[in-house]
Design a protein around this ligand. Structure first.
Ligand SMILES: *Cc1c(COP(=O)(O)O)cnc(C)c1O
Length: 408
């Protein structure tokens, strides 16, 4: 059924792709999925009990192993990424932990990026090394860096593109081409792009991960994560996730499926809004720099055109009086405080525009030198664009920028 699934546009998949097309009799006739709160399911015979207990990923056995609401949502998620299977978990970090711990054991080596989501970075630089897994971090902007860092015991390469907060890209085809010739498993965190803007499988990536909390859910009302891949690879991650306890709640699986119905329409609007805002801000006299893959000024714009359908909903800006000083830090804080529509909150991918001042967010966890190396200017503000009217968003930013230069 994989080939037939590929023929459907995402817009049709999100409406119908949660159904089992190989076994239509098994589908619930209720259009909206039922929420199955049961923690455990009774067998009708000892033979049925044995079958339930021994079949991996049985959706009606014990709810830490799965449940029917989750299964329905997973069918759609796998199809959206063009993969055989998906495993929905408690959070993006629950998914990342299960995926990494399924592949890397003491004595193994993992290659990852210097720039990752903060939780992933901690997993790679603290938890895994503490368990005897060696990790090498490379600059993702150099496509050769991954192969240069690989060793005999390299089991996995972790990529994240675009990455936070400067929207740096990883050349997925270059990474996957090298890794597959060496039998190394590749994982791409596709959260920022969403399945609408980027399909890592098309470039040969083995595992695709999302924080479903972001674009997939899309309404800032749930925490969940997902890994998509081959049936065998996903089953291996499931084996880990049931001992880690990173199972998703049935209610969150329900909410996620509800959110997914509008994913392509939401992301299309976020792409448009973000590009319009990026162009507007790039031309604004108070702005020194805009980071956005779809702008010609992005250092990896050519790669963005090869690998992404659109730039996505996240951009970041640096204010002009900013660089390297107190002044830029305070100007960014004043800008964020003066915004009326855009809310000052972490996360992204929801219906509302959110902004964060990166240097304030990471003040306690990164030294000024680490921030400089991560490309975080003191005045850098990340903007995760929502579904508001584009002109209203621009007016909000224009007004707030007129305050950013004024010392109180
Ligand atoms: C938010 C995020 C995560 C972690 O997801 P949670 O659902 O918060 O656990 C991982 N990767 C990226 C790129 C993210 O933005």
């Amino acid at each position: 059924m994989q080939d037939a699934d590929d023929l459907l546009d995402p817009q049709s998949l999100v409406i119908h792709g949660d159904l089992d097309w190989d076994n239509p009799e098994a589908n619930d006739t209720a259009l909206a999925p039922a929420i199955w709160p049961a923690s455990t399911y009774a067998a009708r015979s000892s033979a049925e009990f044995a079958a339930m207990a021994n079949q991996p990923r049985h959706p009606r056995y014990y709810a830490r192993y799965g449940n029917p609401t989750q299964e329905r949502c997973e069918r759609l998620l796998a199809r959206l990424e063009g993969m055989e299977a998906a495993l929905l978990m408690s959070s993006g970090m629950g998914a990342m932990s299960a995926a990494l711990l399924a592949h890397a054991r003491a004595g193994d080596h993992v290659v990852a990026q210097t720039s990752h989501y903060m939780g992933t970075a901690k997993l790679l630089t603290d938890l895994l090394p503490g368990m005897g897994v060696e990790v090498t971090l490379v600059d993702q902007r150099d496509p050769q860096a991954f192969s240069k860092a690989a060793r005999k015991n390299t089991r996995m390469i972790v990529a994240e593109t675009p990455s936070n907060p400067t929207l740096a890209l990883t050349d997925l085809a270059a990474v996957a081409g090298f890794a597959s010739s060496r039998g190394i498993t590749t994982l791409a965190d596709n959260t920022f792009a969403s399945p609408i803007n980027q399909h890592p499988r098309d470039f040969g990536i083995d595992l695709v991960l999302h924080s479903a909390t972001k674009y997939l859910g899309g309404h800032s009302d749930l925490i969940a994560g997902v890994v998509c891949g081959s049936r065998a690879a996903v089953e291996k991650i499931w084996e880990r996730s049931i001992v880690l306890g990173s199972n998703v709640s049935p209610f969150n699986a329900f909410l996620l499926l509800r959110g997914l119905r509008t994913l392509p329409m939401r992301v299309a609007r976020q792409n448009e809004n973000a590009l319009a805002l990026a162009r507007f801000l790039e031309a604004h006299p108070a702005i020194a720099r805009v980071h956005y893959p779809e702008l010609a000024s992005h250092p990896q714009h050519e790669l963005a055109k090869r690998q992404m359908k659109h730039g996505g909903g996240v951009l970041s800006i640096e204010l002009k009086n900013g660089d390297g000083d107190e002044q830029g830090f305070r100007a960014a804080q004043r800008f964020v405080a003066a915004l009326k529509l855009a809310r000052n909150a972490v996360s992204l991918g929801g219906v509302e525009t959110l902004v964060v001042h990166a240097a304030s967010m990471w003040e306690a966890s990164l030294t000024p030198e680490q921030m400089r190396r991560a490309g975080i200017a003191p005045s850098l503000v990340r903007i995760a664009v929502g579904l508001e009217n584009a002109a209203d968003l621009q007016a909000d930013m224009r007004r707030a920028l007129s305050f950013s230069g004024r010392e109180e």
